[in-house]
Design a protein around this ligand. Structure first.
Ligand code: ATR
Length: 521
């Protein structure tokens, strides 16, 4: 992207020469801040020192100076945000400017000054600061995403090297507004833009694609300097921020809630492994209207749809395949080259693929427990492949309705012993989150293969009992991986690296289980 930067900008501040991620460093003491800097600088050579977090910012500067001298490859921003503008600095305007001037003398090539402070200062004072340091003029809206163009117009009256516009997203659509702003104004000005807040998470990755000179990352998930910040490690290892550019394809998973979704881990693993220039994000859509607006406004290439939108999304798509229409739920959306949105359901593939790796589905006798969305995908998928399917559900009327639609049968619990099932599939949430609950009594678990769609924990009570009886088991992670693998194939036309995806999700689940066991500090 061509940037018309003013001639006063030193080459080291050209946005394309800066790393894509700046690590925001907080800490109560200079020692804390610098020990983090010391341990992370090698992987994160672009640092922001949040001097306002320190009790005595001026006293810390000689230490920062020594650090920067010892790490000449580091580019540093000095920031001393005032309390009124979301920071912690309580001193006067003159002291704020003094801290920034001395931060620059200590080796911070860039300094960040809020618009509010700049407007209250004399133009000469700002010009003096900028004569030595690269100036980031910043504006933060802690409530909403609004008036972005007007804000920038106001900011442009103060000469600066970068204009940083940060808003708060309360909807996904706010991210659309930020992306459009960056795309339309980023050609002429060196902008940094992103949305704070949990709803703004996607902007922390996508802003770089839309033209933000860089983005900010946290030291870790617990040490954020702004709401919604992602750790630099995740920005690099999960979202591959260093590779994100204007042609990176955007994929995502949409749902409510979405925070604990493992889809970003599994899908970004696949994209990385297959060298696809794409990034996969979690989109927390609180309403369908917001979701649709976001889908239309951001050039999303593909979406995974989860609860509660699998049915509701259907009427907003341009077309769905016959299989998806029959199931009545869509978990995969792809934007065609014509710009239209096409819906698919890969949940059935998620059920069928792991089973066919163990036995021939044609003619197999399968018991499906449950009659909700997950059961529907299993019943239709297996019927289509020639299995004989029986449905057992807590509410028998729902089982009967599904059986009628899918030309399957229902069965009473008392009659389970009458049929020798090849496969039992649990499509209820019973067993989720614990290793106690089980949808069947131990003596009812009789089959060649037992498949639990519940994937957290990996080894549910149902699977434990089946395994103890010598029955082959299919853990829910396999379904999770296979439905994702099919999505990947639909989106990219490449075979999915299912083994790598399974490994990534298994590790993530183990990490999660370990974290849950650790006592909270
Ligand atoms: P999903 O889309 O994940 O399948 P769902 O549509 O809410 O979720 O369906 C959940 C299924 O699990 C239903 O068949 C439900 O039985 P009802 O139709 O009787 O509601 C079943 N289910 C949920 N909790 C259950 C429980 N504690 N015991 C037995 N079945 C249960």
């Amino acid at each position: 992207m061509a940037l018309a930067l003013s001639s006063t900008v030193a080459p080291r501040f050209l946005p394309m020469r800066l790393p894509k991620v700046c690590l925001a460093l907080s800490g109560d003491t200079a020692e804390d801040m610098l020990s983090t800097a010391e341990s992370m600088a090698r992987d994160n050579p672009f640092l922001e020192f949040r001097l306002d977090y320190l009790k005595h910012p001026l006293a810390a500067l000689p230490k920062i100076h020594r650090f920067l001298e010892a790490h000449p490859y580091v580019t540093a921003i000095g920031t001393c945000r005032r309390v009124d503008n979301g920071g912690k600095f309580k001193g006067s305007l003159a002291s704020q400017l003094e801290v920034l001037t001395k931060a620059n003398a200590a080796g911070c090539q860039l300094v960040d000054l809020e618009l509010e402070s700049a407007l209250k200062s004399k133009a000469e004072a700002i010009a003096r600061l900028r004569s030595r340091a690269g100036l980031i003029l910043s504006f933060h809206d802690f409530r909403a995403t609004r008036n972005l163009d007007e804000t920038l117009d106001k900011m442009l009256k103060v000469p600066a090297d970068f204009y940083k516009v940060v808003s708060t997203a309360t909807t996904l659509s706010d991210n659309v507004a930020m992306m459009k702003f960056l795309q339309s104004r980023g050609d002429k000005h060196a902008l940094i833009g992103l949305c704070m807040g949990e709803q703004g998470l996607i902007s922390r990755v996508l802003s770089v694609r839309a033209g933000s000179a860089f983005t900010f990352g946290a030291v870790s998930a617990d040490l954020k300097t702004a709401p919604g910040q992602i750790s630099t490690r995740d920005l690099r290892s999960i979202y591959r921020i260093d590779q994100v550019d204007a042609v990176t394809r955007i994929y995502g998973v949409v749902g409510d809630p979405i925070e604990h979704s493992l889809s970003p881990i599994i899908m970004n693993t696949a994209l990385r492994r297959e060298n696809v220039n794409g990034v996969y994000l979690a989109l927390h859509a609180k309403t369908l209207k917001d979701l649709i607006h976001c889908v239309r406004g951001i050039p999303l290439h593909g979406l995974s749809i989860t609860m509660p939108y699998k049915q509701a999304i259907l009427s907003h798509l341009d077309n769905t395949d016959a299989h998806t229409t029959k199931i009545g739920a869509c978990n995969t959306v792809v934007r065609g080259q014509d710009g239209k949105l096409y819906g698919f359901n890969t949940d059935a593939a998620g059920v069928v693929r792991p089973i066919e790796q163990r036995l021939s589905i044609e003619g197999a006798k399968v018991l499906v427990l449950g009659a909700g969305g997950a059961a529907r995908a299993a019943v239709f998928g297996l019927q289509e492949r020639g299995a004989e399917v029986w449905i057992l559900n807590r509410t028998s009327a729902k089982a009967q309705k599904l059986a009628r639609q899918a030309k399957a049968r229902t069965i009473k619990r008392a009659d389970l012993r009458k049929i020798a099932f090849d496969v039992i599939i649990n499509a209820t949430p019973v067993g989720m989150g614990n290793t106690r609950d089980c949808p069947l009594k131990d003596e009812e678990i009789q089959a060649r293969v037992v498949f639990d769609m519940v994937y957290d924990p990996v080894e549910t009570h149902l699977l434990q009992v089946a395994r103890a009886k010598g029955i082959a088991v299919i853990p829910g992670v396999e379904m999770f991986v296979q439905q994702a693998a099919r999505q990947f194939e639909i989106w990219t036309g490449k075979p999915a690296p299912a083994d790598d995806m399974l490994r990534a999700v298994t590790i993530a689940l183990q990490d999660r289980a370990t974290a849950q066991k650790q006592p909270k500090a």
